[in-house]
Design a protein around this ligand. Structure first.
Ligand SMILES: Cc1c(C(=O)c2nccn2C)oc2cccc(OCCCNCc3cccnc3)c12
Length: 404
């Protein structure tokens, strides 16, 4: 395991931008400028990933991009766009944010590549490979040689494959927009009853995370992440950004928040657990009655019930962790529903398969492939067994990184 090509130095990297097709030009977006932020989310709103039958499209907004694209150490050179020379219209984008990755016992600086988008009318003009080459050049100039990215499509050699899982919170709306189907032998009332959610949380000591909790949460996160073969190392400042958002995010009311993080404080005042989820709605296409679908995604969590790596396969510790995660994620469902979320998404990564079934997450038809660029690593379990297509509660997943 290790870097595939470790011979290059920054002095070998061309100083000039990668050649671009004549009618287009490279642009470094400045998302601190309102009009450029607007061009970015309009591009993705109209041209980013849709589900396979084009019922939904990601409805990003400014707050989400300020959170996702401006973590500590962000570099505006890595917010790379393509404009039409004649009209200055933004027609493509790709982004990178800094990440310290740990793959088994190797640690290295990398970037996380996300939000690759090409205008629908410019597909198969080979723009995506040019975007990847140019952002790679800009990142290499900063002496960073590895990258992590995900894709719904299968490309050469993923390090792991995880399966989508969905927990309906508002089954009737999911049925109305065509996301959930009514099984033959069930009535709508029965489905709504099956997915009914209580209005109050049940974990004793549960409360919103505060900035003053960061030291305890940082230690808890670092101990818990040791159990995964692939994990992301954060500084306290980075963890604070990813769990509490930036300064602006903290001023928002719950129903406008992008990221929500809760801790469990026990009677001695110690933080024993935390969990977080981010909110990224879908726009519902061709259904005038509904415009948006509220979607939450399980993000990072940790528990001191099984924080050491060796406890991962200890059945007693796993039983305790399962019980604890069921209680925590069950409360996450309540909190998400209370801020208008219609479906709660999770992957089979982390230790999620311990609770997906009991908390009534149904397996989705999507798969998320994780890829490492310029790093050879042995595959990591993705939390489900491809042959039987069932959750793998024995091996679970070695993937501890959550990509937005
Ligand atoms: C996307 C997504 C969806 C849906 O598409 C969806 N949910 C409700 C309705 N729909 C159509 O469901 C998920 C479940 C777990 C993790 C997920 O995504 C994890 C994060 C993926 N981010 C990168 C990305 C984006 C789009 C396609 N591939 C990868 C998803």
């Amino acid at each position: 395991e290790g870097p595939i090509d470790s011979s290059k130095k920054t002095s070998d990297i061309p100083k000039e931008p990668f050649p671009m097709l004549p009618q287009f030009e490279w642009v470094t977006l400045d998302i601190d400028k309102d009009e450029e932020m607007t061009q970015l989310y309009e591009l993705l709103y109209d041209h980013y990933v849709e589900d396979h039958d084009s019922t939904f499209r990601f409805a990003y907004n400014k707050d989400f991009f300020n959170w996702a694209l401006k973590p500590p150490g962000w570099n505006k050179e890595w917010h790379l766009g393509v404009r039409v020379k004649a009209t200055k219209r933004l027609v493509a984008f790709i982004s990178g944010v800094p990440a310290n990755l740990k793959v088994r016992d190797h640690q290295f600086r990398a970037v996380e590549i996300n939000f690759l988008c090409v205008h629908k009318k410019l597909r198969n003009k080979r723009l995506a490979p040019l975007l990847i080459k140019e952002i790679t050049r800009r990142i290499n100039l900063c002496d960073i040689w590895q990258a992590l990215y995900t894709s719904g499509t299968v490309l050469p050699s993923p390090i792991t494959v995880c399966r989508y899982a969905h927990r309906p919170l508002n089954w009737e709306k999911l049925y109305d927009v065509g996301f959930s189907a009514l099984p033959e032998d069930k009535t709508k009332a029965q489905m709504m009853a099956k997915f009914a959610i209580s209005s109050s949380t049940k974990t004793r000591g549960l409360r919103k995370m505060r900035q003053t909790d960061i030291d305890a949460v940082f230690d808890l996160y670092n101990r818990f992440q040791k159990r995964y073969e692939v994990s992301q190392e954060f500084t306290k400042e980075e963890l604070s950004h990813w769990l509490l958002g930036d300064a602006h995010e903290r001023t928002l009311s719950d129903s406008d928040k992008v990221i929500m993080c809760y801790v469990v404080e026990n009677e001695d005042g110690r933080i024993t657990d935390f969990f977080s989820f981010y909110i990224l709605p879908f726009s519902v296409l061709n259904r005038p009655s509904f415009t948006n679908l509220g979607v939450a995604y399980l993000y990072y969590y940790a528990s001191d019930t099984a924080s050491e790596a060796e406890s991962r396969f200890d059945s007693e510790a796993t039983k305790k962790l399962t019980k604890r995660l069921e209680s925590l994620v069950s409360d996450a469902l309540v909190l998400a529903k209370n801020v208008g979320v219609d479906v709660f998404n999770a992957l089979t990564s982390q230790d999620n398969v311990l609770f997906l079934e009991d908390l009534k997450f149904g397996p989705g038809d999507g798969f998320l492939n994780y890829y490492l660029f310029n790093y050879k690593a042995f595959p990591v379990p993705g939390g489900f067994d491809k042959t039987t297509n069932t959750y793998d509660t024995e091996k679970r997943s070695g993937m501890g990184v959550v990509m937005l």
